[in-house]
Design a binder for this molecule. Sequence first.
Ligand code: UD1
Ligand code: UDP
Length: 404
Amino acid sequence: MKQTPQKVLIVFGTRPEAIKMAPVIQALRTADDFFRVTVAVTAQHREMLDQVLRLFDIVPEYDLNIMREDQTLFEVTARVLQELEPVLREVRPDIVLVHGDTTTTFAAALAAFYLKIAVGHVEAGLRTGEKYAPFPEEINRRLAAVLTDLHFAPTVRARTALLQEGIAPEKILVTGNTVIDALYQVVRSDHRFEDPVVAAAVESGHRLLLVTTHRRENWGEPLASVYRALKRLVLAYPDVAVVFPVHRNPLVRQTVREVFTACPRVYLTEPLSYGEFANLMARSFLVLTDSGGLQEEAPALGKPVLVLRAVTERPEALEAGTVELVGTGEECVFNAAARLLSDSEAYRRMAAAVNPYGDGRAAERITAGLRNYFGLGPRPDEFSPACSVGHKVFQVPVGERKNF
Ligand code: UD1
Ligand code: UDP
């Protein structure tokens, strides 16, 4: 007898959540005998979210449109809660899926709890153990965990963290990170850049330092000091250029405007579409970032990362040696990058392609995990980095390897 499909409501609001949930939406939609999927975006981000929705052809059934310029954590939390209630009452999902660590994540999980709806948390179990770093993401994750019924942990380490918090093993599935699924969809050796600034940077033959920054802990002087280090690097190395797609946060933009006045070989751009950005990363020499997602993507592309933070909840690549925590001090950032620009052996050691975060099959495991949760299938096999293999699209032909 044919089963009534389970109703899955997927809620997200920012760029990284959208990138990482796109593969899950695709996978659940192909399993339409088992699931009826509804997408609600809070639009905590607007333009940066819409870029991703367009790329992955996602047309949300609900768009709460909550973003305001310079919004506060209080405003975002309150608006998500308030605007989601009628959606949850109308859709009456069997489970709500949230992702990661944003305020949308926490508030959506709380809204589901208020209506006694089950919660599945994708990218569960990342921890620094420090209350204010990253802020507010560490606490958003922990609060989401308390509200969650089914935890999709990207790595074994994330599962261990959840077990240590008393979560039952049968409620946790190690899936790999869906960002690797998304990355595999968009990185192509024959990608043609549409953004003229990026195309010019790639064509220039310079060694490209790809930069992104947005973390709250780094607003103000920490960002300014990172940007001063970048200016010095470009002056010290004539074959180096910086490509910096600037986050739309007005506070980040203000510091960018203050520090980067008329700097040669510093390409400042608007946020890039994910396809452009991921392919640019694949052609960069080095990544400098305070982002979470880039720490997962760059190792899969064999790109060393200097993390502009004091702690990370993603230690797997640190252990693999492809990521280094350098903080935000001007000297530390300058010296760490200068070493990799000058010492090819040090660079080579960091540039080994490793995949501690995924093998491109995370969304498939999440779909199977949900089937198992609803009694519609066996418990799936879990992700193990030992099984993850390189992907052929990353083998860019030698002739194109200016930035390798
Ligand atoms: C948010 C998340 C952070 C995540 C990051 C990804 C919270 C508290 N923070 O931080 O965890 O790592 O997204 O980028 O959930 N803005 C726009 N257009 C956009 C996006 C942002 O104009 O498309 C501007 C708005 O003025 C907005 C501000 O940026 O008020 C801040 O956005 P917000 O989502 O509150 O914080 P982020 O720093 O982006
Ligand atoms: N990204 C993008 N365009 C850009 C910069 C980043 O598509 O101009 C992607 C990046 O590849 C990664 C994600 O956005 O998948 C990271 O988002 P962000 O740094 O905003 O958030 P975090 O990962 O720190 O939560």
